[in-house]
Design a protein around this ligand. Structure first.
Ligand SMILES: [Zn+2]
Ligand SMILES: [Zn+2]
Length: 497
C-alpha cells in the first residue's frame, strides 16, 4: 500500500482522491462519537484483533478502506509510530529515545528517508510513517463463570498477602508482594484474579522468562477452568487471542496498549526487566489509566527496600515458607585462593570434603560457580568423585534435559552458573557456592541461590554454604536479609520453632 504525508498527516494513496483524503494521527483517546456512517459494516474480527493492542497498520489483514471506516466511526485510533520532539525521535511502541537506536531507510511508502526504530525491530518495523492502530474503547469482558476451582488452603502468611492483593485489585493501587523463596506466591494471586474477573477486569501476569509462562499457563488454566487463558511468548500461537486472563513474557506487552486493569509482574528484580527501559515502558503502556499493579519478588532491590522501610511503598511480606520452617541460613567457609590450585587440577580440600559428604549421604547438591569457563576445569576433577556429576550453563543445549535428569535423581551433583539461581526446585537438596566473593553473586543472587534449599515439605531443611576467598558485602547482606525474614516469621507466628 502506498502512503503520502501531507501537512504532517498520513495519507494512504488510495484515499488521496476521495473526498476526505486524510486521516490524522494523533493521541486522541476520546470517547468515540456515535457512528457517522451507518452503512459501513462493523468488523468484529478487527475489533477483537485491536482491543487493547497497538499494532502497526501493516500487520492488519484488512484493506485500508475497511480499517479507515472504523476510524471514521470513532472505533479505531491511530497513533504515530515515531514522534519527534525538538528533532529527537521517540518510538511510541517501545519508548526508545536513544537516537543511536534509530536509523533511516529509503521508504517506498512515504517516499522519504524514513526513520525507524531498531530497538523493537524484532517485532516488525515501526517507522515514521507507520501508524499504530488501537481500538478506542477497551471492552470489559463478560465472563459468565470466573469461579476459582482450587481447593488448597493458604498459609497464614499467604492469606495476609492474598487479602492485600484483593484490596489492590479493588482500588486500583500498586502493591509489592515481597515473598521469600518457597513462600508459594502463585497461590497468593488466585483470589485477587478471581475478584478481578468477576468485576469484568482484564488481568495479565507478566514475567521475564518464557519458562515461567509455560509453567504458569496450565496451572492457571486448571484453577480457572471456565475462562480462556492466553499464553504469550516469542513464537506462541495465542498472539491474537482475546482473553480475560493473559500470561505473557514482558516482551510481549509491547503489542498492548492500555489493555489491562490488573498487571501482575513476577520477578521484578530479575534480568532483563530490571535493566531494560523498553520493558518498563511496555508495562506502563499496557496498563489502563486506572489499573492495579502488583509486583512479586523474593528479592526487591535496595531502593525499593528502602522505600518500604520509610513507608513510601505499599507492600506486604510473606516472611515464611508455606511449610512453616525457617529459611536455611548460609554458612560462610573461607577456602583460600581457590583459583590458583585449580590450574593444577585441584579444588579446595574443604569443598571436596563437602561434596564427598553429599555423595555419601546421597543428598543431591548444586554447586554454583562464578564463570562458565571454569566448567571444563572443574568437571573432570569432580568426575573422579563420581562419574555422573554434570554441569550446566545458559547456552547449554541440553540444559532442560539435564535439569530433568537432576529431577529424576540421575545426577548426584550438578555444577551450574547462576542460570539455576531461580525457578528450579529439587526436593532434597544442599547447595554450595564456590567463589561466593565474585561480583556476579550479588545480594539478591545469593538470596535466590540459598532459596533453592529446603523447599519441599518432606525435606524442609538443608545446607547452604558459601565457599569464599574474602567475605563481601553482598554475602553479609544476603545472610542478614534471610535472618531478618526468619525473625519476622517468628514474631508473626508463621514458623514452628
Ligand atoms: Zn521501538
Ligand atoms: Zn516511510
Amino acid at each position: 500500500m502506498k502512503f503520502a504525508i501531507i501537512n504532517e498527516r498520513l495519507v494512504p494513496e488510495p484515499l488521496l482522491h476521495q473526498q476526505e483524503p486524510t486521516y490524522p494521527i494523533s493521541n486522541i483517546e476520546t470517547i468515540p462519537q456515535p457512528p457517522i456512517n451507518k452503512d459501513y459494516s462493523f468488523n468484529h474480527d478487527l475489533q477483537n484483533l485491536l482491543t487493547g493492542k497497538q499494532l502497526p497498520l501493516d500487520e492488519l489483514p484488512y484493506s485500508i478502506h475497511e480499517i479507515h471506516q472504523h476510524y471514521e466511526n470513532g472505533c479505531l485510533i491511530y497513533r504515530k509510530g515515531i514522534t519527534f520532539q525538538k528533532g529527537k525521535a521517540k518510538c511510541e511502541r517501545c519508548g526508545n529515545t536513544d537516537q543511536n537506536w534509530f536509523a533511516a531507510y529509503p521508504c517506498s511508502r512515504c517516499g522519504t528517508s524514513c526513520t525507524y526504530c531498531r530497538r523493537c525491530l524484532m517485532m516488525g518495523r515501526v517507522s515514521a510513517c507507520t501508524p499504530l492502530c488501537s481500538w478506542s474503547v477497551v471492552n470489559s469482558f463478560s465472563t459468565n463463570n470466573s469461579q476459582l476451582a482450587w481447593t488448597g488452603t493458604l498459609s497464614q502468611g499467604q492469606q495476609t498477602a492474598s487479602t492485600r492483593v484483593c484490596e489492590s485489585v479493588a482500588n486500583d493501587s500498586v502493591l509489592l508482594v515481597w515473598a521469600v523463596c518457597g513462600a508459594g506466591k502463585t497461590e497468593v494471586l488466585f483470589e485477587g484474579i478471581e475478584r478481578a474477573l468477576q468485576q469484568q477486569k482484564r488481568v495479565c501476569i507478566a514475567t521475564p522468562r518464557t519458562d515461567v509462562v509455560l509453567e504458569l499457563t496450565p496451572r492457571l488454566q486448571a484453577v480457572f477452568p471456565h475462562i480462556q487463558v492466553a499464553s504469550l511468548y516469542g513464537g506462541s500461537e495465542d498472539r491474537h487471542k482475546q482473553s480475560p486472563l493473559t500470561i505473557a513474557t514482558i516482551h510481549q506487552l509491547l503489542r498492548f496498549y492500555k489493555a489491562f486493569d490488573t498487571i501482575i509482574l513476577d520477578e521484578v528484580d530479575a534480568f532483563p526487566y530490571s535493566v531494560d527501559e523498553t520493558l518498563q515502558y511496555a508495562v506502563k503502556n499496557a496498563r489502563k489509566d486506572q489499573s492495579s499493579m502488583i509486583y512479586l519478588t523474593a528479592t526487591p532491590n535496595p531502593k525499593w527496600r528502602k522505600e518500604c522501610r520509610l513507608g513510601k511503598r505499599n507492600f506486604v511480606t510473606i516472611p515464611a515458607r508455606f511449610h512453616r520452617h525457617p529459611l536455611p541460613v548460609p554458612e560462610f567457609v573461607w577456602c583460600g585462593r581457590w583459583q590458583k590450585p585449580l590450574k593444577n587440577g585441584k579444588l579446595p580440600q574443604i569443598l571436596m570434603k563437602w561434596l564427598h559428604q553429599r555423595l555419601q549421604s546421597q543428598t543431591q547438591a548444586l554447586l554454583f560457580i562464578p564463570k562458565i569457563d571454569l566448567i571444563p576445569v572443574i568437571l573432570p576433577i569432580l568426575h573422579k568423585l563420581h562419574p555422573k556429576i554434570e554441569a550446566v550453563h545458559a547456552e547449554d543445549p541440553q540444559r532442560k534435559e539435564k535439569v530433568q535428569r537432576m529431577r529424576n535423581k540421575e545426577i548426584p551433583i550438578l555444577i551450574t552458573t547462576t542460570i539455576l539461581e531461580r525457578g528450579v526446585t529439587f526436593p532434597n537438596l544442599d547447595v554450595a557456592v564456590l567463589g561466593a566473593e565474585d561480583r556476579i553473586f550479588t545480594e539478591s543472587a545469593l538470596v535466590q541461590i540459598a532459596g533453592r534449599v529446603g523447599r519441599s515439605k518432606q525435606y524442609p531443611t538443608g545446607n547452604i554454604t558459601f565457599f569464599h576467598f574474602g567475605r563481601t558485602e553482598a554475602m553479609t547482606s544476603a545472610r542478614k536479609q534471610i535472618l531478618s525474614m526468619n525473625k519476622e516469621a517468628v514474631e508473626k507466628g508463621l514458623v514452628d520453632v
